[in-house]
Design a protein. Structure first.
Length: 308
């Protein structure tokens, strides 16, 4: 049964989402990812375009002002110590609020998207300038290590000079990891004492080769690009111009399985036609994006009526 215009969700109305993307991009970008009518290519392209435009704006602001030479040199001189920060010890207070490190955010198999207290090292500070070249507040900061970057937009910008490159910093923010090395969030600097949870890569929990969609969401997993088999019930399916989508649903969210047209043969066509809503199927492949209650999975093989 098709939905009427009144029943159609706002994020499934293409024109409305595109207008919001242009004039109110945070809402438009949310609608783009929530929508069932835009392909993954549109979603990834829209995200990359928004990130690119933001970077251009920030860089332009810095250039008009002649970004401080001392800041530039400190960024260059601190590159080696930022790399070392992946295993550096944080200043921690046992009586402080519980915080997790930016290393754990990226390396753990737990999906830490959401609102939380995060501690890391400053990699970059951005001070937007107006048309007159005026501006002295840090509005965007990057924390991380190696090639890992967590970009935080501050609700309450802080004066320049409060922090410098490689300083330890804690933020209380609502974050989302867009891929294995980049995440974004919005929040504020937390200046109270923190008790940073101990972490190193050896503490990473081993991931089973087969998982269910229910376990994936109930255990709040983040598995990255490692090959796995995921099992669940089909919530919906559709054919787009460049790919076939089979969505597995659970109480905690949905895994959008994507099969490229270049992998579709007669066997896959027969499998797709035989799949019914509610069918139990398995995908062999890997995740390409994990965002809270929505995840995208690249399908390499479909298994009907799996025994596991």
């Amino acid at each position: 049964m098709e939905m009427t215009e009144e029943q159609t969700k706002w994020y499934d109305k293409k024109k409305l989402v595109l207008l919001l993307y242009i004039f109110l991009w945070p809402v438009g970008l949310y609608g783009l990812w929530k929508s069932n009518v835009f392909s993954k290519g549109w979603k990834i392209g829209g995200t990359l375009l928004a990130a690119f435009v933001l970077i251009l704006i920030f860089n332009a602001g810095g250039k008009k002002d002649g970004v401080r030479e001392s800041t530039q040199s400190s960024r260059q001189e601190s590159s080696s110590s930022v790399v070392k920060s992946s295993k550096a010890a944080y200043v921690s207070d046992p009586n402080g609020r519980q915080s997790i490190s930016v290393q754990q955010i990226f390396e753990d198999t737990t999906n830490w998207s959401g609102s939380r207290l995060i501690t890391g090292y400053v990699k970059k500070l951005e001070v937007p300038k107006d048309a007159m070249g005026q501006g002295d507040k840090v509005t965007y900061l990057f924390m991380g290590y190696d090639d890992k970057n967590l970009q935080i937009m501050l609700n309450n910008p802080i004066p320049e000079g409060v922090f410098k490159i490689n300083d330890q910093i804690t933020v209380e923010a609502d974050i989302n990891l867009l891929n294995k090395s980049y995440g974004v969030g919005r929040g504020d600097v937390y200046d109270g004492p923190v008790n940073v949870a101990a972490w190193d890569a050896s503490m990473k929990e081993k991931v089973p080769s087969v998982i269910t969609v229910d376990d994936y969401f109930s255990k709040n997993m983040k598995l990255g690009s490692q090959p796995i088999t995921i099992v669940g019930q089909v919530a919906t399916k559709r054919v787009d111009h460049n790919e076939v989508w089979i969505i597995l649903g659970a109480s905690g969210g949905k895994v959008h399985g994507e099969l490229s047209r270049f992998k579709i043969n007669d066997t896959v066509k027969q499998q797709y036609e035989s799949i019914q809503i509610g069918s139990r199927v398995a995908f062999k492949g890997s995740f390409n994006m994990e965002m809270g209650n929505t995840a995208y999975f690249t399908i390499e093989e479909i298994v009907l009526n799996p025994s596991y």
